[in-house]
Design a protein. Structure first.
Lengths: 497, 82
């Protein structure tokens, strides 16, 4: 076992691989779009990690590789550091990539052929179409072609330069190209736009037929998890790809957010922090439907905020969206001053902004990352609460916690610690401001962008019914601390009046 | 699946393939004892079991926390039912 080495990819490395492979999926190269993803930022291409992992192997081993298997458990964000650990047992070699205390990827290589790989007959080039420059919108329904598609795939010399720089210059060029191709397939072709790469197996199956292009075929789709299996052949290399199709961002159904009876404007205001996405967006629209003037605060998702504005429909004149960074006290004070100046009394504050949690495991080293996550999460609630509290002489504050608090997921120690801190803030508020209803809500797993991952979406409930119930219940709660459960029912102290 | 291989031995191969080489997995093993058994690994296990044994496991196999033993039982029940 060699001593672990560290590896890290910056935005320029990712841009270089995007150019070299043709995989320009926004999850990797567009910070604004990636921020809306469940990962909260740009993710390094899995196959780029694979090349970095190969780079930790001796040249003689690299030169002998005939097949490899690369599988991913969790993403590595651009700019984050991970550790490489190489192991060998006889003629088997493996490399593990660890970050956030957790295994992120595993590479296994062999000097033997892989008998499990499927070979597809490569048609002659004339039928091949050119590469996409914009990712395909996923279509995995009955209409999705199960037949082979030929594509005229061309790499660039930049790929070899990148491999050299990462120490993988001795790796078989055809296998290297097949890795880049696999990234292109998942990010641009199938599933395309909303996709994740799960793993790649590839191996030499014959000589390079030369100029035959690449061919791919959809083998299998599992609608429960969005898992998609793809077979492909390129330059005498057989490729099997596991990928996951994610849902397109869910558009809220405003009809399901309306109260039982239509409401007239009530002349009171509600502020929602984290109003551009998920539960925050649903609550902003639900209070709007209940006649409130709504002030929504969001940090970066301008496109998502515009969608909320459009969904507000006839009530859009009572919706005020403010862009603010939770770390900017001056900006939050400005928004509070705006609210005061409008003269509409503030009756409620929803604290729904949250940092997306990437799975982690707690050890001595990752503890620092856990602490950073908790700090960022507390800031997202404490900063707006501090700025707006002087405007609330009565009314309520909703702290959006999670039902995960009663069944903590193994890989989310940071999330649980952060929600614990948030609930602590609610307990403090109940004591410090006894005239205010301090409400902790623990929603069930909801179908939002944060849970839009292969495992996250399983068993997730639509957000609208919960948001609608919560908006009805919260306005009737007495001062003091109340804990609301997964059906927005009071499970501790305060009873709805 | 090779006829010569026992159910347990095929199961063990799948576990090694998804969770890592070199370990022997006992029936009581699960996310609590196997570090790499996370939610995505469970999706892969379920898929590999369904493909290998040609069964469709109930949604609970994906939704709920499983162990090696509980997955073996689910597969065995599905094979009988089909």
């Amino acid at each position: 076992v060699d001593p672990p080495a560290e590896i890290r990819f910056d935005q320029e490395d990712v841009a270089a691989f995007a150019r070299a492979s043709g995989d320009v999926n926004p999850l990797h190269v567009d910070p604004q779009a990636a921020r809306r993803s469940p990962f909260g930022g740009c993710v390094a291409h899995g196959c780029l990690l694979g090349i970095g992992m190969l780079g930790s192997l001796p040249d003689a081993v690299l030169a002998s590789v005939r097949s490899l298997d690369l599988s991913f458990s969790s993403p590595l964000l651009v700019g984050a550091t991970a550790r490489l650990e190489t192991r060998s047992a006889g003629d088997r070699w493996s490399v593990e990539l660890t970050g956030r205390g957790k295994r992120l990827a595993r590479l296994r290589i062999s000097a033997d052929d892989d008998p499990h790989l499927h070979t597809i007959e490569t048609p002659a080039m004339p039928g091949a179409r050119t590469m996409r420059t914009v990712p395909a919108v996923p279509d995995l329904g009955e209409s999705a072609a199960r037949n082979s598609v030929a594509i005229s795939y061309h790499g660039t010399p930049e790929l070899d330069e990148l491999a050299d720089r990462l120490g993988a210059g001795a790796f078989e060029p055809r296998l290297l190209r097949a890795l880049a191709w696999s990234s292109y397939v998942v990010g641009m072709e199938i599933p395309g736009l909303h996709s994740l790469l799960g793993g790649v197996s590839l191996g030499l199956v014959g000589h390079d037929p030369g100029g035959r292009g690449a061919v791919l075929r959809l083998r299998d789709v599992d609608e429960r998890t969005g898992r998609v299996a793809i077979d492909s052949t390129l330059d005498g290399v057989a490729v099997t790809i596991e990928s996951f199709a994610r849902d397109a961002a869910h558009v809220l159904d405003v009809d399901r957010l309306r109260p039982a009876e239509p409401r007239q404007p009530v002349g009171e205001a509600v502020a929602v922090v984290g109003a551009s996405r998920g539960l925050g967006a649903a609550l902003a629209l639900a209070f709007l439907q209940r006649g409130y003037e709504v002030h929504g605060v969001y940090s970066m998702s301008t496109d998502a905020a515009h969608e909320v504005q459009e969904l507000a429909g006839d009530a859009a004149n009572r919706l005020f969206l403010h862009q603010a960074d939770a770390t900017s006290a001056a900006r939050l004070d400005e928004i509070a001053a705006d609210l005061r100046a409008r003269g509409v009394p503030l009756r409620g504050l929803v604290l729904a902004a949250a940092a997306p949690p990437l799975g982690m495991s707690l050890d001595g080293e990752s503890a620092g990352e856990l602490a950073q996550y908790v700090r960022a999460s507390v800031q997202l609630a404490a900063a707006p609460l501090g700025a707006v509290l002087p405007l609330l002489d009565r009314g309520w504050v909703v702290f959006c916690s999670s039902s995960a608090m009663s069944a903590p997921p193994r890989d989310w120690p940071h999330y649980i610690a952060a929600k614990g801190a948030l609930e602590g803030l609610a307990t403090w508020l109940a004591a410090a401001a006894p005239g205010i209803a301090s409400v902790v809500v623990r929603p069930p797993k909801l179908l939002t962008e944060m849970t839009n991952t292969p495992a996250g979406r399983i068993g997730a409930a639509p957000v609208e019914p919960f948001a609608s119930r919560l908006a009805d219940v919260v306005v009737g709660l007495p001062p003091g601390l109340t804990l609301l459960g997964p059906n927005a029912e009071a499970i501790e102290p305060g009873e709805p009046s | 699946m090779s006829e010569a291989k026992s159910f347990d031995s095929v199961f063990q191969d799948i576990l090694e393939d998804v969770l890592g080489w070199g370990a022997t997995y006992a029936d009581e093993d699960g996310p609590a004892t196997v570090e790499d058994w996370d939610s995505l690994a469970q999706i892969r296990l379920v898929h590999a079991l369904e493909t290998t044994f040609d069964v469709r496991l109930p949604d609970g196999a994906l939704l709920e926390e499983q162990t090696v033993g509980s997955l073996k039982q689910l597969v065995a029940e599905c094979r009988v039912a089909e």
